[in-house]
Design a protein around this ligand. Structure first.
Ligand SMILES: Cc1cc2nc3c(=O)[nH]c(=O)nc-3n(C[C@H](O)[C@H](O)[C@H](O)COP(=O)(O)OP(=O)(O)OC[C@H]3O[C@@H](n4cnc5c(N)ncnc54)[C@H](O)[C@@H]3O)c2cc1C
Length: 436
């Protein structure tokens, strides 16, 4: 006898688990299948899990702003009995978005004002007063330590910064995913691990189910692709990739860790900082460390990966030097260890670095993909959006012609799911970087 389920979700990363929870709330019996041994063991576990609202588009800011509240309200949102210490914690460090010649802050400010995102504009003197250990010189354009001018002291100073007190990061992205698994299971959701999907079965223009590497077949009227950097493989298995206007690819990314400078309690008092002037971001990390990622400046090489299972997981000395020396220019008292510490994992990048939250041309087959290194923060909102979209489509709504609109509970804003359509043109307002 074949196993069946109302909805199979391919992947148990943070978005796969959130989609399960939200579908379960709507009465669907879900089954997440993941080839790894537990929830959030894939790229989610490598996430810097930063929660900030500075996206290039109104829709991006609106979704991220809504997301703040889920993390602040995490125990209530999960609707499970969570003894203290057992669930992930939201570290509300606030974000400092340094004004830079990228112009990103100008787009962001407009959306913050329109959407009522709490923020303060800091001029250069305020920035110096609030964070005396930052060097506020402008190092523009982003460059690499091997460039001749990298260590030259610039004259010009930054224009200031935008501070958002509501943002921060989640202390343990894998634990947050496990929380969502527990929340979904409490509502009847099921999870299967160490199980790889090798076929998407379909007939008469509709998805019928999946086949596992063991040969076992599981039927379901709904199958959702939340396979992260493997999303393009799954879309090919479903035969839907060719008809999509926006596609996804896997991009290798490194993050590094250095100790905070002596005398600075960066872990408890430091801000998450977006430093577009240098093409990096950094945030406090446990053990009074600084966690550093790249904002994809043109001078950093892009390493696209065809086989998302066998990429190089080692950090490279060259990228370590690029990221940590940039931090050492901004915080001159940082001491740079000669031995690199960090990790490398994959982003699932869409053509315009904006996700695809959508149905597909195969009835019953949906996707939450192309998260482009920036959707951990949005996972609970995406779960909600996907559940509403799937439910509306299964009840007959033509989402391609009449896009699903979702009024979200905390901010009361209406999110247009059509913004994330696979059929859209490339969005020219995107930063084409992890900033979305
Ligand atoms: C280094 C790094 C730093 C990041 N930093 C941030 C940040 O600071 N803030 C932020 O908001 N976002 C960040 N992100 C992005 C964020 O982590 C992702 O958008 C998010 O984790 C995606 O979750 P997911 O559920 O879609 O997928 P994933 O975590 O990618 O999970 C997909 C799952 O699908 C499974 N799978 C794939 N194919 C199959 C198959 N055939 N059969 C069975 N299972 C399969 C995989 O095993 C995997 O577990 C970062 C990402 C990385 C890599």
């Amino acid at each position: 006898m074949k196993t069946t389920s109302d909805a199979i979700i391919i992947g148990a990363g943070v978005i796969g688990a959130a989609t399960a929870f939200e579908l379960c709330k709507r009465g669907y019996q879900t089954l997440n299948i993941d080839k790894l041994p537990g929830a959030g063991y894939g790229p989610t576990s490598s996430s810097c899990s930063i929660v900030r609202a500075h996206y290039s588009s109104w829709d991006g800011v609106a979704m991220a702003h809504e997301g703040f509240s889920y993390w602040r309200d995490w125990p209530n949102y999960l609707e499970i009995d969570a003894a203290e210490g057992e669930i992930a914690t939201y570290m509300q460090s606030g974000t400092v978005l340094l004004k830079s010649k990228t112009g990103h802050h100008e787009k962001v400010l407009e959306h913050y004002r329109d959407l009522g995102v709490e923020h303060e504009e800091w001029d250069t003197d305020t920035l110096k007063a609030r964070i005396p250990y930052y060097d506020v010189h402008a190092f523009w354009p982003p460059s690499r330590p091997e460039d001749a001018d990298f260590f030259r002291k610039p004259e010009e100073e930054l224009e200031g910064a935008i501070y958002t007190p509501g943002s921060g990061y989640v202390n343990d992205p894998q634990l947050a995913t496990r929380d969502l698994q527990r929340a979904a299971e409490a509502k009847g959701g099921r999870f299967r691990f160490n199980t790889k999907i090798v076929e998407i079965r379909r007939s008469d223009g509709r998805v019928r189910g999946v086949t596992l590497d063991s040969g076992e077949e599981i039927d379901a009227p709904v199958v959702v692709n939340v396979a992260g950097p493997h999303s393009f493989v799954i879309n090919r298995l479903a035969g839907v990739e060719e008809t999509m206007n926006i596609k996804t690819r896997a991009l290798r990314h490194e993050v590094h860790i250095v100790p905070a400078p002596p005398g600075i309690d960066y872990e408890h008092e430091g801000f998450h900082t977006s430093d577009g002037d240098q093409g990096i971001y950094f945030r406090p990390e446990a053990g009074n460390n600084i966690l550093i990622g790249s904002e994809d400046p043109p001078c950093d090489p892009q390493v696209w990966v065809d086989d998302a299972e066998t990429f190089d997981r080692n950090v490279t000395r060259a990228q370590y030097a690029a990221q940590v020396y940039r931090v050492a220019r901004r915080i001159p008292t940082v001491e740079v260890p000669s031995q690199p510490r960090g990790l490398s994992d994959l982003y699932d990048v869409s053509d315009d670095w904006i996700p695809l939250y959508d149905r597909s041309d195969l009835d019953g087959f949906y996707m939450a993909v192309g998260t482009s290194g920036n959707q951990f923060k949005n996972a609970p909102v995406v779960g909600l959006l996907m559940a509403e979209l799937i439910d509306a489509c299964e009840k007959g709504q033509d989402h391609d012609a009449n896009a699903v609109q979702v009024k979200v509970p905390y901010t009361g804003v209406v999110l247009d799911a059509g913004f994330y359509s696979r059929n859209r043109e490339i969005n020219p307002n995107s930063s084409f970087s992890v900033n979305g």
